[in-house]
Design a protein around this ligand. Structure first.
Ligand SMILES: [Cu+2]
Ligand SMILES: [Zn+2]
Length: 187
């Protein structure tokens, strides 16, 4: 093996290892139901740097008549009841996480709740398998989402864009929860 090759090899190794330093991560066990359909999965959060959070969602069991777009948010409280029914169990998570008292929007909107992640895409087999990043919500600092709840809804989020519905700028009219879970420490 030539010296040049080794130099290049170790340079690439050094660059790739310091590009993203994962400073913190969190894990959510997602569970719920829509009628008789049992929904389950998980969400992984990785804080790639101080203003870049990567979110990886893996959910299965969503009935094919729902979707293909379903509202997905961080809600304020990490409190879930013991109800067997997700619509009931996830309710105590409260409203969209909104520490800066903003109005509802999409993940890419300049004005949005900190917990607004827009819609997730449901595959034809009733699964969600999606990775995205966000620069607003964070596992760090005074507005950390750790210990709060991620919540999947039964309908598409209107992203605050429906002028004929007063709830549009409050919650995006995405209907009842069908699955949720508390964002837990993953050391
Ligand atoms: Cu929600
Ligand atoms: Zn919202």
């Amino acid at each position: 093996m030539s010296i040049n090759f080794l130099l290049i090899f170790f340079s690439i190794l050094a660059i790739s290892s310091c590009q993203y330093e994962i400073t913190k991560r969190a894990f959510v066990v997602i569970s719920g139901n829509f009628g008789e359909n049992i929904i389950s999965g998980n969400v992984m959060f990785q804080q790639l740097n101080s203003d870049l959070l990567e979110i990886t969602v893996s959910i299965q069991g969503i009935p094919p008549n729902l979707g293909p777009f379903l509202g997905f948010h961080v809600h304020t409280n990490g409190i879930l009841s013991s109800s067997q029914n997700a619509a009931e169990r996830c309710k105590s998570a409260g409203t969209h996480f909104n520490p800066l008292n903003s109005t509802h929007g999409d993940i890419s909107s300049p004005i949005r709740h900190m917990g607004d992640y827009g819609n997730l895409f449901v595959n034809q087999d009733g699964t969600i398998s999606q990775t995205f990043t966000d620069r607003i919500s964070s596992l760090l600092g005074p507005f950390s989402i750790l210990g709060r709840t991620v919540l999947l809804h039964e309908k598409q989020d209107d992203l605050g864009l429906d002028p004929n519905n007063e709830n549009s700028k409050v919650n995006g009219n995405s209907g009842s929860p069908i699955a949720c879970g508390v964002i837990g420490v993953w050391s």
